[in-house]
Ligand binder design. Structure first.
Ligand code: CMX
Ligand code: CO
Length: 153
């Protein structure tokens, strides 16, 4: 069951400048940063609020590290902006299978590694009325207890 907005993914050209904008303008703070080699991004997670399922909601700021990455390809066409939305669930495997059964293309056979050791998969935007949609199961039930900091994967 999808129980929260886990994050909104925002494509940007300059991660530090974009973090600075969200920090100066709204007072949002960086909770976590990492490089996800497989997804081809450097990213910063800004924690916005906790949620009643024990998780949290974030903004995920994404700067591509490769020209052939999904974010770089998308930004070449669209410029900076909202790239995807992500719903949180305790069971990404089960929910992805159930959604696949409804005729929506799930992009991965098995969930892959996402931010903060979460498990993620994506639904094809063309099957979701133009919205690239991610499903996320957090590594721990309560991300508030994850250790903020830099990791490289
Ligand atoms: N939102 C909405 N539509 C999108 C989209 C997006 N983010 N990305 C692509 N599309 C649309 C394109 O506009 C295009 O539509 P048209 O045919 O009408 O022009 C169509 O989908 C195909 O797009 P494409 O540019 O040819 O790109 P690909 O098919 O090669 O890739 C996708 C699209 C969704 C399969 C690819 O972006 C993908 O695998 N995404 C999942 C991984 C990802 O996004 N990783 C980065 C985030 C990591 C994280 O959140 O942790
Ligand atoms: Co995401």
């Amino acid at each position: 069951m999808l129980t929260r907005i886990d994050h909104i993914g925002i494509a940007c050209r300059d991660l530090e400048a974009t973090v600075d904008f969200y920090s100066r303008t709204y007072g949002f703070e960086v909770f976590h940063t990492e490089v996800n080699q497989e997804q081809g991004v450097r990213e910063a997670m800004l924690r916005i609020n906790g949620t009643d399922d024990g998780g949290a909601s974030y903004l995920q700021l994404l700067e591509p590290i490769r020209e052939d990455s999904a974010v770089a390809t998308w930004m070449a066409k669209n410029g900076e902006g909202v790239h995807h939305i992500a719903f949180g669930t305790a069971d990404v495997d089960g929910d992805a299978e159930a959604i696949r059964g409804k005729g929506v293309r799930v992009l991965y056979d098995e969930p892959r590694r996402g931010s903060m050791d979460s498990r993620i998969t994506f639904l094809h935007p063309k099957d979701c009325h133009g919205v690239l949609t991610e499903l996320v199961t957090a590594a721990t039930p309560d991300n508030q207890h994850a250790t903020p900091g830099d990791t490289q994967h």
